[in-house]
Design a protein around this ligand. Sequence first.
Ligand SMILES: C[S@@+](CC[C@H](N)C(=O)[O-])C[C@H]1O[C@@H](n2cnc3c(N)ncnc32)[C@H](O)[C@@H]1O
Length: 279
Amino acid sequence: MVVREGAQVESGPRPPGFDPTMPNEARMLDYMLGGKDHFAADRAAADQALALAPELPIMARESRKFIHRAVRYLVETGIRQFVDIGCGLPTQGPVHEVAQAAASDARVVYVDNDDLVVNHAEALLAETFRTAVIRADLREPDELLAHPGLTDLIDLRRPVGIVLVGVLAVIPEDDVVLRIVDRLRRAVAPGSHVVMTHAISDVRPEVTRRLAELYQDEQIVRGSRRRNVRTRAEVEPYFDGLHVVEPGIVHVPAWRPDAGEPTVDPRSVWAIGGVGRKP
Ligand SMILES: C[S@@+](CC[C@H](N)C(=O)[O-])C[C@H]1O[C@@H](n2cnc3c(N)ncnc32)[C@H](O)[C@@H]1O
């Protein structure tokens, strides 16, 4: 089902559990990115977040641009297969568009644990070659990597690009995040790369605390009740065991900016990111 505002929303079939009155984080993000795939409830919830942090759309756009630069870098290093975990809606410059523009044989599997996101993504990608969407849980990395929808397209004996952008914060327990990234790193072939970002509280502690409280409210975003706010020092160990490529773990806009990119104030993009290669 294509979930778009308008006639199709009113008349089209709806998967079980679909409730347009319940805000959904992926659609909120699409709204902030200027997309079309959102409902009034998503916009209302996003507007509450925007009232606290008007910089969120800049952050969302910078995060997308970071993914684009990182994916192009990975293609340059020879990576031709990608797994985008916690993908959200594959709109607004999704991984496969960037990867396949650089290498037409690139294959991409999108992973999300939200049925609504998966159904929606399947519809959006219905006519796209060498891509798949699977429903799987980041908390169960072994099952995720063994999912037939993933192994049909991705050969884990060869280097792969794992994309974990804007998703690790949904796992509240620090030890669980460390276990997940460790497990993913061990499972992939040498030469694989892991692309990660995480919002950090160091830059605007009061705003990030209040936003975390907002997201913990079940009425705002279902399933995101215990979103963690982390510091840079807490996020850096997620790259342990990987060779972090230049320029390191930096504010997202500072990661290999394209020539001519305007400089962005780090206080308006309080997220860090990096790319680590498995030796
Ligand atoms: C903030 S969105 C990030 C979207 C995308 N990575 C981006 O940067 O634009 C987080 C996504 O993670 C998904 N998610 C949350 N918990 C998850 C889990 N345990 N396993 C897989 N996906 C999850 C949500 O459904 C949502 O689509």
